[in-house]
Design a protein around this ligand. Structure first.
Ligand code: CUO
Length: 678
């Protein structure tokens, strides 16, 4: 909200609590901007979502809350026309639990035809309490009071240090910069809004959504494990034994602004318990999780899923991973929820309620039960390592790709090099960066001037790949696939292929027209289809001038890995890593559809993790290709795996422990903004 753009919605009296009725709108809010009179509509039946009190917490993983959200999503999607939609949303906003409302409203915005281009600001602007540390709210309030009382005074951002949730005595704290990164948590929240596992079938059953659930989370695991190796920590162990004490602890230190609650902590060595909380109609046992886990492993080893009618559905090469994704998550299009249950979602709940499984202390969920906060907790990765293990066990049952399948006849990659700004050749360079984020919207009153928090996060120097390719044939199109992986495991030993393939993080994937004979491809880091640009993550509401591509559209294009976290941190000595490039035949990869790039309104979607809105995933290859399966016989190392259309290059990732102030991100060589992508 700023100046003349300030809108005040004048709600019909029926929507208001008694004490506000028959009041002039400006008396109610003292507003100065424009007033929008909302159309009174006959409200549909909203009894179910209204049952959640305003001050209760809400988790999409809890079945009762899921039903409430599904009902509200149904209602909001069914509103005819934008006027009715806004009017109904205003009623809900006024009368419902804000977390439930925000979830359902966001899903509706992303899935209604008439709201595709609506600005939905990042969640930290509504609920800073889920992203920022303890004490920020009261300090922000203080700062706003000072700004209001002393006109013309310099507004001071509230500095949030990088290390606030633990000390270095906790080994796991070394990778807190990844787990607690605002951009990463926003990405995860946004991804789950774009791919909801509940609601009407048409918004759940998106193209390859089960496979994307697998791939996006697999890549999170690969990236987290990469960061762990950079910090001399071993790869994550999967949480396979659900009866053992959990050594990893987490003390979130997040504020609570929206509901009367604190985010509970989990001390070390707590053991999961059966959950019996009548309050949320929540009843399940750890044994349920174990049974579902075992049935999922059984489906993988037998190659078939038992459906609701008792028939068998084979896990096919084309569709198996997608069916399995929906079964494990489990989404509402799971082939058999009775038999395979709800393992992944209720695992989030069991962990998120381990501090009060019986509601004895009237406590609510901790971070693990909320998609906007779950990735902060080390246990998230142990849980998702289990989920990923089921997927990987399945992928291991598939016939490895033959050298002939992998090759692209006549195409030979001769070299790849990377040039980062201010760095020697074949070095990625990382450092710390500060950014300011606007807290104003998330406060429970309207301060006259904006209040900012200053956060610190990882950043890398912008870079450019240079790839040399020989084409011994006619001109043709290929897909270029670029990955990066650590070279050595936690013992300092080179990886074997079947382990290294799981450590491969995808950096970019794009089409290229190859001329006959020699070709040189240059590609900038900012063009990557993995990421959304830095400015979109930490956007400044007041600054649209620097955003020719329309940064203020936070629609489907708001989904994407944050650019500043594209390259793992590396280490001070220069972490040895392997850069991999492959060119595949675009004729085989092509997916025929209108607008195959999915660009709209100057926004280039980050398709690798987020796909294309209302369209098919724009790459026919299995996600993660060519590293989604074990190596063919005779392949022990990555070198053995290579065919002529692939190339690897040794690189290093060098981390400098320096902090760049806000706005000092190196934008030079490749900083021409969003519109130049692609
Ligand atoms: Cu994204 Cu478990 O699915 O958090």
């Amino acid at each position: 909200p700023k100046g003349d753009d300030n809108l005040t919605f004048n709600l019909p009296d029926d929507y208001l609590e008694n004490r506000y009725k028959n009041m002039n709108v400006s008396d109610r809010f003292g507003s100065k901007g424009k007033t929008v009179n909302l159309k009174p509509i006959t409200l549909p039946n909203l009894d179910l979502p209204l049952r959640l009190k305003k001050t209760d917490s809400f988790s999409v993983f809890v079945p009762l809350h899921r039903e409430m959200a599904a009902r509200l999503i149904d209602v909001l999607l069914a509103m005819r026309g934008i006027e009715d939609f806004i009017s109904c949303a205003a009623y809900c906003r006024q009368n419902m639990n804000p977390l439930l409302f925000n979830y359902a409203y966001s899903v509706a915005i992303l899935n209604r035809d008439d709201t595709k281009n609506v600005n939905l600001p990042p969640l930290y602007e509504f609920f800073p309490d889920r992203f920022l540390s303890h004490g920020v709210a009261s300090r922000a309030r203080q700062e706003a009071n000072i700004n209001d009382a002393v006109p013309g005074i310099d507004s001071q951002p509230i500095e949030i240090p990088l290390d606030y949730t633990a000390s270095d005595l906790d080994e796991e704290h070394r990778v807190a910069y990844f787990r607690e990164d605002i951009g990463i948590n926003l990405h995860h929240w946004h991804w789950h809004l774009v791919y909801p596992f509940l609601g009407p079938r048409r918004i759940v059953a998106k193209d390859r959504r089960g496979e994307l659930f697998y791939y996006m989370h697999q890549q999170i695991m690969a990236r987290y494990n990469f960061e762990r190796l950079c910090n001399k920590l071993p790869r994550t162990r999967k949480l396979i034994d659900l009866r053992k004490p959990i050594p990893e602890a987490y003390f979130p230190k997040l504020d609570s602004l929206t509901s009367s609650r604190t985010w509970a902590a989990r001390p070390p060595n707590i053991t999961l318990q059966d959950i019996h909380r009548e309050f949320e109609s929540l009843n399940f046992d750890i044994q349920d999780l174990e049974r579902w886990r075992d049935r999922l492993y059984e489906a993988v080893s037998t190659g078939r899923i038992q459906d609701q009618e008792g028939g068998n559905v084979s896990l096919t090469e084309a569709k198996g991973i997608d069916d399995l994704g929906n079964l494990i998550e489990a989404s509402s299009i799971s082939l058999n929820r009775n038999l395979y249950g709800d393992m992944h979602n209720l695992g989030h709940v069991a962990i998120g309620l381990v501090h009060d499984p019986d509601f004895k202390y009237l406590e609510t969920f901790s971070v693990m039960a909320d998609n906007a906060t779950a990735m902060r907790d080390p246990i998230f990765y142990r849980w998702h390592a289990l989920v990923d293990d089921i997927f990987q066990k399945y992928k291991q049952t598939l016939t490895p790709y033959s050298a002939q399948q992998l090759d692209f006849n006549g195409i030979r990659v001769a070299s790849i090099e990377v040039n980062s700004q201010n760095s020697p050749r074949n070095q990625f360079s990382t450092y710390w960066q500060q950014s300011d984020i606007n807290l104003t919207r998330g406060m429970d009153f309207a301060p006259r001037s904006n209040v900012f928090a200053r956060v610190q996060h990882l950043q890398h120097q912008p870079f450019e790949y240079k790839i040399q390719v020989m084409n011994n044939g006619q001109p043709r199109q290929g897909t270029v696939r670029i990955f990066l992986s650590p070279k050595f495991d936690e013992r300092g030993v080179p990886f074997v292929f079947n382990d290294q393939r799981k450590m491969m993080i995808e950096l970019d994937r794009f089409e290229h027209n190859f001329q006959s004979k020699s070709n040189t491809i240059t590609r900038r880091s900012r063009q990557s289809r993995l990421v959304i640009p830095f400015e979109r993550v930490f956007r400044d509401l007041n600054d649209t001038s620097s955003a020719p591509g329309g940064i203020n559209e936070f629609n489907f294009c708001g989904c994407g890995w944050p650019e500043h976290m594209m390259i793992p941190r590396g280490n001070a000595e220069g972490m040895p890593a392997t850069l991999f490039v492959m060119v595949t035949n675009f004729q085989d990869d092509r997916v025929n559809q209108d607008n195959p790039r999915g660009s709209a309104n100057g926004c280039e979607p980050a398709v690798l993790f987020c796909g294309l809105r209302d369209q098919k995933y724009p790459d026919a290859k299995p996600m993660g290709y060519p590293f989604d399966r074990n190596g063919r016989s005779g392949v022990d190392t990555l070198r053995d795996f290579l065919t002529p259309n692939m190339f690897t290059q040794d690189v290093t990732i060098k981390f400098t422990n320096m902090v760049a102030p806000p706005g000092a991100a190196s934008r030079g060589a490749s900083g021409q903004s969003q519109q130049n992508r692609g």
